[in-house]
Design a protein around this ligand. Sequence first.
Ligand code: NDP
Length: 392
Amino acid sequence: MRKVSIFGATGSIGQNTLDLIARTPEAYDVVALTGGRNVAQLAKDAQAVDADLAVTAFEDELQPLREALSGTGIEAAAGEAALIEAADRPADWVMSAIVGAAGLAPGFRALRRGLTLALANKESLVTAGPLLMAEAQAHDATILPVDSEHSAVFQALVGEDMDAVERIIITASGGALRDWPVERLAEATVEDAGAHPNWEMGQRITIDSASMFNKAMELIETKEFFGVRPDQIEAVIHPQSIIHALVGFADGALMAQLGPPDMRHAIGYALHYPDRRDLPVERLDLAELATLEFRAPCDTRYPALRIARGVMETGGHAGAVFTAAKEIALDGFLAGRIKFTQMAEVVEGTLDAISRDLRLHDAIETLETVLETDHLARVRAEEQVKDRQGHG
Ligand code: NDP
């Protein structure tokens, strides 16, 4: 039996992971499940998989969690320290699917056990990629990417020599506003930007798809995870979202990974790696699909891609600043304080403003520094939002 823990079990990735585990429960011994505010779901899932421990990230949710688990024999705990303690528990495979900067510390801690970390939390690689990869190496741990694009690249690279890799191409649906005239983008509402053409995801990541801040994060993740140069990474718009990524080799060959837009593929690949097992995902009918289209993304429509290139070139603290500023800009857009097109201005303005506080390109040496930079960037980004509120 494999011992598994799921951090962020109540979220979209966590629920898809539980869906796969529930299909062969006899194969898994679930050690810990963690969640945030949705303690009813957490308690229900912990009972369904007979977990040893359920942790909510928030202390004020401990009482409701205890009550929901009373009489089950499942341990309940709460708070950041409890999340770290859960990451210390012996497991063979851990899913890192907490959203945001809160996902960093438990993922880092789990790596110390030399296990396999299935990494969905994008922020870990974007803000602290070099630290994370070094931590995995130091403890002989394996990180498997769960973002569908990086899982696709990983799969295309099996058995290949990294020295023969010329380029990595990450595909993007183009998001909800991809066919809008550029001059109308400033008018886009939260509802307009929140209607993803292919993937069913939460509101924040869907709006990040429309602005391509999500893709921008993925370009940075690609650099950090696969250790390639920024000029080897390309993004291409592929409206059908069937090809998730391609790897180009020195002989001109392109290896692509195709699949329906269903996160259970990338999660299942990471769960069963290095084996391939039956997964409950739709099988593609190529004749029915008939056409796969591609087009180059335009920097005027998607300034996030240009900003990401700058972040990759700078390295150091730039990823942490970028991530934090993007979150604050998105909050500002969701709250109606800034326009859709002003999100990129806020992120760029924050990167510029913060370079007066710290040397962006300096290497990040500890997790604490990442969190300090995250905090400072949020303050500067909030100033950028305020400056624009009501203007534009
Ligand atoms: P969700 O918002 O659906 O779920 C997030 C999870 O984190 C929930 O379990 C939530 O708990 C928990 N959580 C929220 N705040 C905190 C906190 N402060 N401390 C600890 N836990 C917290 O996110 P997704 O599942 O969509 O995404 C998870 C990660 O995976 C993100 O980094 C995302 O970018 C990445 N990702 C997601 C993809 C997708 O298709 N959804 C694709 C590729 C990557 P609760 O709900 O109980 O409050």
